[in-house]
Design a protein around this ligand. Structure first.
Ligand code: AMP
Ligand code: GLY
Length: 428
């Protein structure tokens, strides 16, 4: 398992329960891991950018399956390097990871395959971008083409602000990621996330979720990696899920396979539920963080077997993935100052948070000298609980949050608010 966040803790926790790891010789290694992951795996130092070192490690330890958690090593082609040496890898090739690595690549693919998404133009010229604004209504949606850690999208209200933002992007604010810019039509609606496993031929639905991207309550303030999430997302009902599979996921998988760059791994679609049906906002080539934490909490199938089948192109032999019908909800506890300048080193005492069945996934934590748990990142803990609906799962998650002592941390108190409000509406 490569990675060190809350997503990788949830994946490691679930992988550790797999039949693949039930033998006395079986081992789960995590690189670099974190103190939560260390409860399930042997944590090792390994630089994912050093492909030769990754190959050498896999050879030495006779690794049967490599799971790549985050996007950067996927976009960097680590899956190709490992597959080239005969290892089974869960995660797409460099060519297929372009779905996340280049927004323009995805928009062009949608255009070729007739996938519903916002109208767009892509350009490498500041002058052309400014001219193109005339073809769009405010608010303007401006995106740096490449990976920008979730910060590459700007949505200015006025033309003046849009020009200033374009100046910024072409001026190098996002480095090479901003050398090309995509301008999109603004879509209105509620956002939801849909996940599918695919080996390039077979597609298995793998759950849905909603997250809260903004740092502040009521979904205000700057964007973050995600301050909380819940699964399932009742707004994505069975009909909408069917439409997403048929009109968005299937044509994407088919087109990539036909063009000689089949996608293998988890495909994470960010969706806008518009008046005209679900439309694609963007693709990610890995699990969402913290969406993964709620998906894994509900997953009943053997994650290791599904991932290995996916890696070995035999997903068609697997049963559909099974999830508990309960709702899972996770609250992110971040270090004060997140997302700009999170305070490091704050003391954490998890207390009795897990006593009532909640699960605390570690994201940015580490062991200080002497072994005490301290904060070591922006998003620090993911406190996850279940219930019969979002209201119950939310109450259980905040009970666990309140059992934790982390004076330099903070969390939103309203994760799941849209659904809690809908659940409180009288049913007629
Ligand atoms: P992305 O990184 O592409 O997911 O964009 C980040 C966020 O910007 C999304 O979660 C949406 O809230 C918003 N966004 C992106 N594209 C659009 C669009 N075309 N219309 C409206 N909002 C958008
Ligand atoms: N939580 C959003 C993401 O992982 O991209």
């Amino acid at each position: 398992m490569l990675g060190s966040g809350g997503r990788e803790h949830a994946l490691s926790w679930k992988l550790a329960q797999s039949r693949l790891l039930s033998g006395p010789q079986d081992r789960l290694y995590a690189a670099p891991g974190n103190p939560g992951i260390a409860q399930h795996a042997t944590c090792v130092e390994l630089d994912a950018r050093d492909h030769a070192a990754a190959i050498a490690f896999c050879e030495e330890h006779r690794i049967g399956l490599v799971v790549i958690g985050p996007e950067a090593p996927l976009v960097d082609g680590l899956a190709d390097s490992l597959r080239g040496e005969g290892f089974s890898v869960f995660g797409p090739s460099k060519a297929a990871a372009q779905l996340e690595g280049s927004k323009g690549f995805t928009k062009d693919l949608c255009a070729r395959a007739g996938i519903p998404t916002a109208g767009y133009i892509r350009t490498r010229s500041f002058g052309e971008a400014v001219e193109a604004l005339a073809g769009f209504q405010p608010p303007y949606v401006l995106k740096a083409d490449g990976l920008a850690a979730g910060k590459g999208v700007v949505i200015p209200e006025t033309r003046e602000e849009a020009v200033a933002a374009l100046e910024d992007m072409f001026g190098g604010r996002f480095g090479a990621a901003g050398a090309e810019v995509v301008i999109e039509e603004f879509m209105r609606g509620e956002e939801a996330s849909f996940f599918a496993l695919t080996d390039g031929a077979t597609i298995l639905s793998f759950g849905c979720a909603q997250d809260h991207k903004r740092v502040g309550e009521g979904d205000t303030g700057p964007n973050t990696g995600g301050m909380g999430a819940y699964s399932p997302a009742p707004v994505l009902d069975a009909m909408a899920r069917g439409e997403v599979l048929e009109k968005i996921i299937a044509p994407t998988v088919r087109t990539l396979a036909n063009e000689g760059t089949p996608y293998s791994g988890v495909l994470f679609a960010g969706l806008m539920l518009t008046d005209q049906g679900p439309k694609l906002i963007e693709y990610n080539c890995r699990f969402g963080d913290p969406e993964c934490q709620v998906l894994m909490t509900r997953l009943k199938s053997d994650l290791g077997e599904l991932m290995l089948a996916c890696a070995d192109n035999r997903l068609g032999t697997c049963e559909p993935a099974k999830f508990a019908s309960d709702t899972a909800l996770t609250v992110v506890i971040a270090a004060k100052g997140y997302p700009d300048a999170p305070e490091k080193g704050g003391a954490i005492d998890l207390g009795s948070a897990e006593a009532c069945g909640a699960k605390v996934f570690h994201a940015g934590t580490k062991r200080a000298e002497g072994g005490a748990l301290v904060a070591d990142g922006g998003r620090v803990l993911n406190v996850t609980a279940t219930g019969r609906n979002v209201t119950e799962a939310q109450a259980a998650a905040y009970r666990a949050v309140d059992a934790i002592s982390f004076p330099t941390g903070f969390c939103r108190r309203d994760i799941g608010w849209r659904e809690v409000a809908r659940e409180a509406e009288p049913t007629s």
